[in-house]
Design a binder for this molecule. Structure first.
Ligand code: MG
Length: 479
């Protein structure tokens, strides 16, 4: 009895409870582009000038086993905003200005779920889920949109900033539009034009907080950086002493600090769930203009962990324990149900793949809401499956950075490389870099994960073995 009393007393002390009548929390979601697992000092990366990110991590929780859904922009963003594997909602790859498909307006985004609860919703940054008007953010639950419709390298400008003519396929891109709502506000024509993107997105985000500080809001800040072409504003260019990538990271950190400061000024820090994460790992083709995987295998554009395992920090003072670390498997699809739970919003009517992370954020003993993760890439190839510490990789072709000339420096890309991947089993608990194949030592695990993969193939399909998924929903389409 005494033990029981002690247990409840300790629970009362350490369990952080939220008052039942607390106002609905604000949601801030800062989403980086191509920031790798090893890019942040607070993730064991090389020390950079990132005091604000260090502080965010110290005041919140670092998730050290967080996975983007796929290692490419549009697919990753579709998962983030819908809580679904991207192939469930029919999205793969990186959509360009000519794409006839897009995230279907029928899919329910985080913005739509929160708007239904009376939230003001704003996106300041890169959309990349369809650039035609019916598919732009204002038609997907956002009240305000200011930013690029797709990637900042989809423009007719060479890597050194000189114009490209139409003999180069990149020269056939239109000028990059900076959108305000459904219309282009102005156009980006030079690297100098890109240099102010982080700054202007941040200014708009801070203004949004100021204008909406008396009502609940969802601020989505998907930065263009550090996706190539890298660019930093005058205040940061040459200031890090660590090259242009360091300058860009320094400005991103400034941006995080500005958003934190705006919340503080309006007394909102303690009622805001603040999430910082990335869409995929570093684009290593670009050498010193790319980030770091922190030693994980390969990078963006692959199904290896360097492509999908990225930093994720969550802060909610008084609700999530400061300075905590969670090493349980979690994925980008889990953010939607986690946010919905915090805001008492309904989940989408259609099936989703995400699970709420609150058992982990609340530090419930033994909590482990996600036990499986499937690594899809290319149009719809099931390249690997994860359960617990195990990752089974299926035979497939893969992009590789591990060949001579695969990377180049100062903004120019290296040569694309391809490799054939055999069946292999990795124990990520002891071998996070996926170097030692254990399939012959653990045939039982291979059998178990193979059967599990068949379950996902039936649901979501697999082009590698020509299986159509029964649960795949069609994307939006231009007729
Ligand atoms: Mg990206």
């Amino acid at each position: 009895m005494q033990y029981l009393f002690t247990f409840f007393a300790l629970t009362a002390i350490f369990r952080i409870e939220k008052p039942a009548d607390a106002p609905p929390p604000n949601i801030v979601l800062i989403f980086m582009d191509d920031l790798g697992y090893g890019d942040l000092e607070c993730y064991g990366g090389y020390p950079q000038h990132t005091p604000n990110l260090n502080r965010l991590a110290a005041e919140g929780m670092r998730l050290t086993n967080y996975y983007a859904a796929q290692a490419v922009c549009s697919a990753s963003r579709a998962a983030l905003l819908t809580g679904c594997y991207p192939n469930r909602v029919g999205i793969s790859g990186a959509l360009n200005h000519e794409s006839k498909i897009a995230l279907h307006p029928r899919e329910e985004t985080i913005a739509e779920l929160l708007k239904a609860k009376g939230y003001r919703t704003g996106i300041f940054g890169k959309w990349h889920l369809g650039s035609r008007e019916p598919f732009l953010p204002l038609q997907q639950g956002f009240d305000e949109y200011f930013g690029l419709p797709y990637s900042n390298d989809m423009w007719p400008v060479n890597y050194d900033g000189t114009p490209l003519d139409t003999t180069n396929y990149r020269g056939r891109y239109p000028i990059l539009p900076l959108m305000e709502g459904n219309q282009p506000l102005r156009y980006l024509k030079t690297l100098d034009d890109q240099a102010d993107l982080t700054k202007v997105y941040t200014e708009r985000a801070v203004r949004f907080i100021k204008e909406n500080h008396e009502k609940p809001f969802f601020l989505y800040l998907p930065h263009a950086m550090p996706h190539v072409p890298l660019a930093a504003s005058q205040n940061f260019r040459g200031k890090s002493g660590q090259g242009l990538f360091g300058d860009v990271l320094m400005e991103i950190d400034w941006s995080v600090g500005e958003v934190m400061r705006a919340l503080e000024m309006h007394g909102l820090s303690n009622n805001t769930l603040f999430i910082f994460t990335s869409d995929n790992g570093p684009w290593r083709t670009y050498g010193n203009h790319a980030g770091s995987t922190g030693g994980l295998r390969e990078g963006k554009g692959t199904a290896w962990d360097g492509g999908v395992k990225v930093p994720c920090i969550m802060r909610w003072p008084g609700r999530i324990a400061a300075g905590s670390v969670c090493n349980k498997l979690v994925a980008a699809m889990d953010l939607l149900p986690t946010i919905a739970h915090a805001c008492k919003a309904d989940l989408p009517k259609e099936k989703i793949d995400g699970v709420s992370l609150w058992p982990l954020l609340d530090a419930q003993p033994g909590a482990n809401p996600r036990t499986e993760f499937v690594y899809y890439y290319d149009r719809n190839n099931l390249k690997g499956i994860r359960k617990g510490q195990w990752k089974l990789v299926f035979p497939c072709s893969s992009q590789t950075y591990l060949h001579p000339g695969a990377t180049a420096d100062d903004g120019f890309p290296g040569k694309w490389g391809k490799t054939e991947v055999p069946l292999a089993l990795y124990d990520l608990s002891s071998d996070p870099a996926e170097t030692i194949d254990l399939k012959d030592r653990h045939p039982d695990v291979v059998t178990e994960l193979s059967a599990l993969a068949d379950k996902y193939r039936r649901m979501l399909g697999d082009d590698l073995v020509k299986v159509e998924g029964t649960e795949v929903r069609a994307p939006g389409k231009v007729e």
